[in-house]
Design a protein around this ligand. Sequence first.
Ligand code: FMN
Length: 199
Amino acid sequence: MTKIAIIYYSMYGHVAGFAESVKKGIEASGATCDIYQVAETLPEEVLGKMGAPPKKDHPVMTPEKMSEYDGFMFGISGRFGSVPAQMKAFMDSTGGLWQSGGLVGKAAGTFVSTGTQAGGQENCQVSMISFFAHQGMVFVPLGYVDPKVFTNDEAHGASAYGSGTLASSDGSRMPSELELAVGETHGKHFGGITAKLAA
Ligand SMILES: Cc1cc2nc3c(=O)[nH]c(=O)nc-3n(C[C@H](O)[C@H](O)[C@H](O)COP(=O)(O)O)c2cc1C
């Protein structure tokens, strides 16, 4: 059976919650899916000042555990149009896999949360591609496989690169029905492509 891991960083819970929709889609494709988070790098005191709630109890991913999976969906909480330092720290811990070629040919996808519509959701995902390239991974974009990505009728966080949500500048907005549905389609699409790559 195809095995997929979701690996995310979430400070306020938007990405962590969105991951459940992506997981639902992955499982609908016939693959298994486990959700992990990357290790926090900020001290508790700073997290408290930033108003971050306690973490979900998803286990922390390690480079060693990655060898058990055929593909990875990375969930990104946007920072200045790019990935958070916590995700970068995780990527930087995978040097051994780079040396051994341990991730070569494995599928990689991305989903994202940003505060605002033009807050860099596409760039956050594009900035993961150099990591995928250096690891020899195969980036699987969402494209427009879900026609809802085309819509201009309401604000949403999805793009050709991957699914996503808009948290608003104060974090008060929760993922919309449209965004969650696209997240599920994204997971299903990613699961199907990962199965073909792993076959
Ligand atoms: C230091 C920092 C930088 C941020 N930079 C951006 C940004 O460039 N564009 C944007 O739209 N939102 C930005 N945000 C808002 C986050 O993307 C938002 O809090 C996040 O998407 C919420 O997801 P989460 O609850 O899963 O962490 C930033 C937040 C922080 C704390």
